[in-house]
Write a protein that binds this ligand. Structure first.
Ligand SMILES: Cc1cc2nc3c(=O)[nH]c(=O)nc-3n(C[C@H](O)[C@H](O)[C@H](O)COP(=O)(O)O)c2cc1C
Length: 394
């Protein structure tokens, strides 16, 4: 989960180290970081970690060390926001095409179609970012190819309306992702694990479909992906952090994991190990998911902000389930803001060495969310311009 705990300039802060020290002791076998930005000018939030040619790796090394000291592996998630970049970061966003995010236009930077050179630069920056992770002692990286960020924007015909070799047919739309995978592999060598978080679909009419997602996975079978995490949704359809109190199909409720049916279809085609995250809240649900044979690993996100020791408490049978607080006020846009901010506020508590506060009110999350997302309350806080500009990276 995006930690929003970078120091100015995008470096890991003391709070970030504290957070991962806590999670490192929590019993997870693999910790995947929140999204770290491959380009200092392009961020999902102003306070993101930036891995765009950092001057020193010391703080990244400290992060990798503290998280892994109790035996967990730490993989860094690497990302580029594309058009899902707040105005509080910059006025203009790089994207496949100039298509604004529906409903969030006033809050987000204006998207502009990337040039061929900018696309090649972004691919190179993914590879360089992965190398930062490797050289800092992270055990792997995960490309963020889901949730409507740049990789996912290239995959979706809604956000990718290009007519060159990067748009149009699915083969063209997946070129950006495939080139990123190849370029990272070339940079990090054959043994360093590369994961990918991919959308099952963007759940929108005319968007990236489940069939297309499976076709992408089939293409990835001959590329070098070591772990595939299944997710779904975008800022326009926030399926990725589904409200667990919303009505869902009885089969989904019984199984908890809301992308399991899709995972079962993927299993038939995918050659790489599969990780499923989203909705798992009990030992029983986790066991049922693993017993289904559809996936090799299961992940949890929000439960680690209710109980940071949730994995070991489940494994030791000290706790058999965890439930999400009902954060809904019944208005969709407000609900999304409250949900993300409420959990972000719990991250802040853990970073200060405090326990999560389950009683934190929806209202305080709402006002805090407004304050952090409305440009009138914010100064632009983009990191200093990176040393390598678009024109200097080959
Ligand atoms: C506060 C917050 C921040 C998140 N940030 C990220 C992120 O940086 N990268 C990502 O892939 N998913 C992110 N997610 C989504 C989670 O990784 C996960 O896919 C989702 O919450 C569903 O899992 P869960 O039901 O176990 O919470 C975030 C979720 C929350 C609540």
């Amino acid at each position: 989960m995006s930690e929003r705990l970078a120091d100015h300039g995008g470096l890991p802060s003391e709070g970030l180290l504290k957070l991962y020290e806590t999670w490192g002791k929590g019993g997870a076998g693999l910790l995947i970081t929140g999204n770290a930005m491959i380009d200092a000018r392009c961020k999902t939030e102003p306070e993101n970690i930036v891995i765009d040619e950092p001057e020193s790796l010391d703080k990244f090394r400290a992060w990798a060390e503290i998280a892994q000291q109790d035996g967990a592996q730490l993989w860094m998630q690497i990302n580029h926001p594309g058009r899902q970049m707040p105005k509080t970061v910059a006025a203009e966003a790089q994207a496949p095409s100039p298509v604004i995010v529906k409903g969030l236009g006033p809050l987000l930077a204006k998207p502009r179609a990337m040039t061929e050179e900018e696309i090649l630069t972004a691919i190179e920056k993914f590879a360089k970012g992965a190398l930062v992770a490797k050289e800092s002692g992270f055990a792997g990286v995960q490309i963020h190819g889901a949730h409507g960020y740049l990789v996912s924007q290239f995959l979706s015909p809604i956000s990718n309306q290009r007519q060159d070799r990067w748009g149009g047919s699915l083969e063209n739309r997946m070129r950006f992702l495939i080139e990123i995978v190849r370029s990272i592999r070339e940079k990090v060598g054959p043994k360093f694990p590369i994961g990918l978080k991919l959308n099952s679909a963007d759940f929108q009419k005319g968007g990236f479909t489940k069939d297309e997602s499976i076709a992408v996975i089939e293409a990835l079978n001959s590329e070098s992906i070591d772990l595939l995490e299944i997710s779904g949704g975008t800022y326009e359809r926030t399926e990725m952090w589904r409200n667990m109190h919303e009505k869902s199909a009885p089969s989904t409720r019984a199984r908890e994991a809301y992308f399991l049916e899709y995972a079962e279809q993927v299993r038939e085609k995918a050659k790489m190990p599969l990780l499923l995250t989203g909705g798992l809240r009990s030992v029983e649900g986790i066991n049922a998911t693993l017993d289904s044979g559809a996936v090799d690993l299961v992940g949890m996100a929000r439960p680690f902000l209710i109980n940071p020791n949730i994995a070991s408490d489940f494994l030791d049978r000290k706790q058999s389930s965890v439930s999400d607080p009902n954060l809904s006020v019944g208005i969709k846009t407000a609900d999304s803001l409250i949900q993300i901010t409420w959990y972000a506020m719990q991250i802040e508590r853990l970073a200060k060495g405090l326990a999560p506060n389950p009683k934190l009110s929806r209202l305080s999350a709402f006002f805090r969310g407004l304050k952090t997302s409305l440009p009138i309350f914010q100064k632009r806080t983009a990191s200093p311009k990176p040393k390598a500009s678009a024109s200097t990276v080959s």
